[in-house]
Write a protein that binds this ligand. Structure first.
Ligand code: ATP
Length: 300
């Protein structure tokens, strides 16, 4: 039987370990099962089941937790076209009066390929970052005084509703404010799968820290006294992005320690043998603080 439209194939060289995403194993497998598994069903199965592919996914949660990472890795895994990325404020500010046209353009390549190749079309992923920015204007007559938010949401809705046959499209919306997202966008057939990406717990943090120190460890630039488990315990409420910032800050302390008076003017040959040691990370902990979360507990 015939392969359903834009059924994707997991890239043969895709390895889960290589994704570079820490602490989101559960979330990732939920997203995979609910939103993407049908894309790799064997030919004919989706018709047999009488279902349609999921066309929309909403990832929500605090900033810097890996939403964009996940969206990109999903695309890689499914061998999709390079994702198109757009963000809410950009649509509103830059494209005033033109916003509908720009939403239309977002979908145009996928529609064109579907017309040309039908079921043989590749999968197109559209990433809509800061989706709340276009929603919060809706119905308020605001939109920077233009009401443009309304037309953006309406255009998105009509695109999503119109792609019944266009199984080659997957819209991934992202937001820090799920409460701001228009209900109409969350209905079945639209951004119907919604998954929260929260701050990492201690285990997640150790995974993320391992990812971000993997190179220095492999290249023998990390001191033996650095204990990732200890750092994970000390970084309550840190997001993945903040953990990456912590590692960067630690390297800057190590570099400064290895240069004369901490200036580039006196870069010494020692930097070739420089190591990032525990104390560098402790210094970094004084410098990098989490933006979210409370002392009462982790958000997860
Ligand atoms: P925003 O809401 O601000 O768009 P986001 O959730 O999309 O944030 P990303 O852009 O995916 O966050 O993360 C920013 C960077 O932080 C990543 O490129 C990566 O270096 C690091 N990072 C964040 N989360 C993780 C994670 N779970 N594992 C590994 N690295 C992470």
């Amino acid at each position: 039987s015939k392969r359903p439209a834009a059924n994707a194939i997991i890239s043969p060289d895709f390895k889960f370990e290589d994704m570079g995403i820490g602490g989101l194993d559960t979330e990732f497998s939920t997203i995979f099962r609910r939103a993407f598994a049908s894309r790799i069903f064997p030919p004919g199965l989706i018709e047999k089941l009488g279902i349609m592919h999921v066309k929309g996914l909403l990832l929500y949660g605090p900033p810097g937790t890996g939403k964009t990472l996940i969206a990109r890795q999903i695309g890689k895994m499914l061998n999709a076209r390079e994702p198109k990325i757009i963000n809410g404020p950009e649509v509103l500010n830059k494209y005033v009066g033109q916003s509908e046209e720009n939403i239309r353009k977002l979908f145009a390549d996928a529609e064109k390929e579907y017309k040309e190749k039908g079921d043989e079309s590749g999968l197109h992923i559209i990433i809509f970052d800061e989706l709340d920015a276009v929603c919060k204007q809706r119905g308020s007559g605001a939109g920077g005084g233009t009401g443009v938010g309304d037309s953006v949401v309406n255009q998105l809705l009509s695109k999503l509703d119109g792609v019944d046959q266009l199984n080659n499209i997957l819209l991934i919306g992202m937001t820090n404010r799920k409460d701001m997202i228009d209900d109409a966008l969350l209905r079945p057939g639209r951004l119907e799968v919604q998954v929260e990406i929260s701050l990492p717990d201690e285990f997640g943090r150790s995974q993320i820290l391992k990812i971000h120190t993997a190179a220095m460890k492999k290249n023998n630039v990390m001191g033996n006294d650095v204990d990732v488990a200890e750092l994970a315990a000390l970084t309550k409420n840190f997001s993945g992005a903040e953990l990456s910032g912590l590692v960067k800050s630690a390297t800057s302390f190590a570099f400064a320690r290895n240069t004369k008076a901490g200036t580039t003017a006196g870069v010494s040959e020692d930097v070739d043998n420089m190591k990032v040691v525990r104390q560098d990370f402790l210094n970094a902990l004084d410098e990098i603080k989490p933006a979210f979360g409370t002392d009462e507990g982790e958000l997860k």
